[in-house]
Design a protein around this ligand. Sequence first.
Ligand code: ADP
Ligand code: TZD
Ligand code: MG
Length: 584
Amino acid sequence: MTVDEKKGNDIDKNEHVDDEKNLTDGFHLLIDALKLNDIKTIYEVPGIPITDLGRMAQSSGIRVLSFRHEQNAGNAAAIAGFLTKKPGVCLTVSAPGFLNGLTAAANATTNCWPMILMSGSSEREVVDLMQGDYEEMDQLSIAKTLCKAAYRINKAGDIGIGVARAIRSAVSGRPGGVYLDIPADLLGQVIDEVEGKKSLVKVIDPAPAQRPSEQALDRVLKVLRGAKKPLIILGKGAAYVQSDQVVRKFVEMTGIPYLPMSMAKGLLPDDHEQSAGPARSLVLKESDVVMMVGARLNWLLSHGKGKNWGDPHSTKFIQLDIDPKEMDSNIEIAAPLVGDIESCLSGLMRHMGENWPKPPSEWLMAVKEKKEININRMATKLKNNNVPMDFESALGVLKTIIKESPDTILVNEGANTLDYARSIIDLYKPRKRLDVGTWGVMGIGMGAAIAAAVETGNQVLAVEGDSAFGFSGMEVETICRYKLPICIVIFNNNGIYKGTGKNNSDGSDVATTVFVPNSRYELLMVAFGGEGEHVANPDDLKEAVNKAFKSRKPTLINVAIDPDAGKESGNIGNLNPQSILKNK
Ligand code: ADP
Ligand code: TZD
Ligand code: MG
């Protein structure tokens, strides 16, 4: 096409900017680079200078989903990364949009999920002299401290390499969030079309297998063989890698009880006979050999020491992780196994042979007995018909619904709402539980729910504390706009942890943890054309969720929960400074 023929064509019609020599530009090269690498979805908020990039990506066949806030778009991209093993892409405007998205990229890095935050930026010469451009900020410098890697592409001819570097950095080794800085003038840069095409890079084998050494495998087997009370802990790294059959085969071959971390629930079905989930306190305290698979000994496992654990001198740890720096991060690791999960577990099984001895039966019996006691104790509570409802009666209903629809993806955030749901709702399939992750961050809810629905097409059930929901609640409009099969259930106890807090001063303001009582959250969904329900007993909750699943319509169910039912900070009240001081 000549320049004359091109005149009158809208930029968003995805036509190349050509002259007789056939030229292309930064917009098209960036879109082509993403498509070449199989990026099918962009999660974004439009604005200067990336509005046209989003439009043109959409015209080119990429699905471009616009959000109401970049943090939610970023959280969606991060969860897309967790679910697909490909980097989820979030696109934002400069400075404030970038900062909003950066929270999600930092969260992705913390959780070891691959994502790419691409933000438009101002001209270097203006930013570097701090001359006060529209939304001016030195974004690259900031991103470097918070992401796994950060790059800027300055020349159109480097777009192929820049995108390749971002993808490889996001997914190889320990995955994480990567920042890609897109200066506004890069998008308009024009180069020869043939040269441009040649400059694009298809990333080959972006997350190569990393095989463990034979010595490391031997060491692990020696430690395992000597165990009297072994335990396997499966983390979300094991869920991420999608080697579901290999993980299951290994666990079953060893016969060792396993504990799934929150987002590893369902990797093996929670009702598997080797699951030690309902005997968590016992197995942490009693086990003599603990094998960590894609899980870290961070605060979620009280750093592998202290009162939740047994004698630090007699408990031995085996750790399987792709990141060598993870070893000995909190306590000594007796048998480090560095490599990817599939290669490592396959290597172990090759050496174990068919007749690998099962753990001593006394240990298996002790775990089984404890499980039964705890499961029975909980079963009675789940059936209660108290009005107002407590967490147990409401979750008893949702537990049954998930059992009946095991492909449902459960999104879960809050404090009590999170802790109760985590222990009550069983999952039966891998990667069906998405939650607050390593940081325990509020606000992942709607982004995670949207990405789950978009990437899998499955029904999503988001179980949200009323406070937690508020962090990303405006995305209800996004859910309605894209007609996603998302059912949001808000556990409304009128506030953070409890709705009964008192102001200890003159009382003119309500307590810091208390919200407007009996708020009608369901009307928010109705405002955008979705279905809203307000329920106050288990039967009505069951009916409302079943209706939502059947219709697959965006639905918000506002569940009245006893404002006094929760605890301060849910299960982690011990981390509040007052409690730490008291226990010193
Ligand atoms: P959890 O919170 O469930 O305990 P973490 O996020 O703390 O899980 O740990 C996940 C771990 O999985 C990280 O240390 C990460 O390096 C590791 N990991 C990620 N991908 C792989 C892989 N392919 N092989 C081995 N380990 C991996
Ligand atoms: N801000 C962010 C980003 N993350 C956080 N974790 C918090 C604040 C602190 N926080 C929690 O850790 S849980 C929570 C907050 C504000 C909300 C708890 O209230 P909820 O749940 O209504 O969501 P419950 O069921 O009432 O306990
Ligand atoms: Mg609440």
